[in-house]
Ligand binder design. Structure first.
Ligand code: HEC
Ligand code: HEC
Length: 443
């Protein structure tokens, strides 16, 4: 693989936003799982699997500004927004407070959920995801058909922003934290616009979008959301592809014997089988993102540290709700969350949607021993039996994934030994981007 590959991706990735509305939506609808880096130049073929983009999204990109905004100007405007705590009602919470660049735009601490809200004392339901390597995330579709797996095989729900895929674009996603009562807690995006129009960096918006950008509220709102979206497409900041593993793919670095063993175990369908959901291979010239963006119920243990879980009747069931509401009738999806990327995973101190684990080692042991030693992971019920999969109500436990490394019986040998887990940890350590490897705040 050449360096050119990465560069070409970056230019086209951002350009796809602006060339035309059709290209943008087509890029999101690229249907193969490797989501090849080059956005199609024409409208997608009739076999494309998902619905056309919502009209609202099309009109968003069609917003007319008096000046045609350049990508660098929007990136810098978006960067200013991303780091500005004044955009929150508490004036203490920036996007970057939760999505810390030193931690691959993930959480800077080991809290399962971060505090937010008007008084900075409310916790949310979910762990903060990394924002790196989302550039190939497709819009949500309930049915994905992949060429490589046979056109007729339905890969099921895929894509969309958030653990439950409920936001279809980065700009829709940005609306959520800005107005969520337990995050930035603004009444509306327009109150954010008012703050931006008075900020020290307001001139950057005028320079990027034209002097009259704040004259029309809707246009100003779109400028703010677009700047955030374009910033999050900055290749240098969000998808540098410069971990040691990438250098190895480019044949410019070596992996140790242990790291290579770890990679084999990661890929081996009978061992880790991790790559079946966290792809590790270069496909169609695109470097792997370590997520297929599919939804699976892994059955992570319930996390008592989340306030909402004090109510025994409350369950965060991902695709089927409660934060997402359009699929609540689809009981087969209850408990399923979107597979996250494993790039930069060694910088994280909270794992899974509910942040129940704090050490990567525990996550790997959970994969190996969830079913062979359930009492290690799940609490006992009053009758003394183990309450397996206790964060999913009994009616939906049939949804829980049973393919390897899962699906063994209690007492059987786990799919991975301790030594194999150590090898996999060593391999996962090669996925840290070079700019973060020296992070002084690293645990
Ligand atoms: C209080 C902490 C917090 C703040 C502040 C915050 N986020 Fe998030 N962010 C989260 C959490 C938690 C999620 C996962 C939400 C879910 O799945 O329901 C998330 C998800 C996302 C995602 C989706 C990532 C993915 O994997 O699909 C994007 C994009 C994002 N945030 C961008 C932003 C931007 C832009 C801002 C500022 C306008 C921001 N966030 C502010 C906590 C935060
Ligand atoms: C059948 C699909 C599937 C397989 C196989 C799989 N994963 Fe995952 N992985 C997921 C999903 C889905 C999540 C998110 C689940 C959740 O939060 O409820 C996840 C989450 C993770 C996380 C937590 C990441 C974070 O940001 O919180 C790690 C680490 C991880 N997987 C590593 C692995 C390893 C290592 C293997 C192989 C031993 C593996 N996975 C196998 C689908 C899979």
């Amino acid at each position: 693989m050449t360096k050119l590959e990465g560069d070409r991706r970056s230019i086209l990735g951002v350009a796809s936003l602006f060339v035309s509305v059709v290209v943008t939506s087509a890029g999101c609808r690229e249907k193969s799982a490797d989501r090849s880096m080059i956005p199609p130049k024409t409208a997608p073929s009739a076999s494309a699997s998902s619905a056309p983009p919502p009209a609202a999204s099309a009109s968003f990109y069609a917003t007319r500004f008096s000046k045609r905004p350049s990508v660098p100007a929007m990136t810098e405007a978006g960067r200013a927004l991303f780091f500005d705590p004044a955009l929150s009602r508490s004036k203490k919470l920036a996007c970057a407070t939760c999505h810390d660049p030193r931690f691959a735009y993930g959480p800077p601490n080991d809290r399962a959920t971060q505090l937010g809200g008007p008084d900075m004392n409310q916790d949310g339901l979910r762990a903060v995801p990394s924002l790196r390597y989302l550039e190939k995330l497709p819009a949500f579709t309930e049915h994905l058909y992949e060429e490589s797996k046979g056109e007729s095989v339905d890969q099921g729900p895929t894509g969309g922003h958030g653990w439950d895929g409920r936001a279809n674009s980065t700009h829709d996603q940005a609306r959520l934290p800005l107005t969520s009562p337990f995050e930035m807690a603004n009444d509306s995006v327009s109150s954010v616009v008012d703050t931006v129009s008075h900020a020290a960096y307001a001139p950057r918006f005028s320079e990027a979008f034209g002097d009259d950008v704040f004259a029309d509220p809707k246009r100003a709102e779109n400028a703010v959301l677009m700047a955030l979206e374009v910033f999050q497409q900055s290749p240098k900041d969000f998808y540098p592809y410069h971990s040691r593993f990438d250098e190895w793919l480019r044949q410019k670095a070596k992996l140790t014997a242990q790291e290579e063993r770890g990679l084999s175990l990661f890929n081996d369908p009978k061992k880790g089988n991790c790559a079946s959901c966290h792809p590790s291979l270069v496909r169609r010239g695109a470097f792997p993102g370590f997520s297929d963006f599919g939804f699976v119920a892994v059955g992570a243990p319930r996390n008592a540290a989340i306030s909402a879980n004090k109510d025994p009747a409350f369950f965060d069931l991902g695709l089927c709700g409660p934060l997402r509401t359009d699929l609540s009738a689809e009981k087969k999806y209850c408990g399923a969350f979107r597979a996250p990327t494993l790039r930069n995973i060694t910088l994280r101190r909270v794992f899974f949607h509910n942040g129940v684990f704090h050490r990567l080692e525990d996550v790997l042991e959970f994969y190996a021993e969830r079913d062979t030693n359930p009492k290690k992971w799940f609490p006992k019920k009053p009758d003394g039996t183990v309450d397996v999969y206790n964060d999913v109500p009994p009616d939906y436990r049939a949804n829980i994934e049973q393919t390897p490394p899962f699906g063994r019986k209690p007492g059987e040998q786990p799919a991975l030994t301790r030594a194999e887990i150590r090898d996999m940890l060593a391999f996962l350590g090669t996925l840290t981007d070079a700019d973060l490897a020296a992070n002084p705040a690293k645990p």
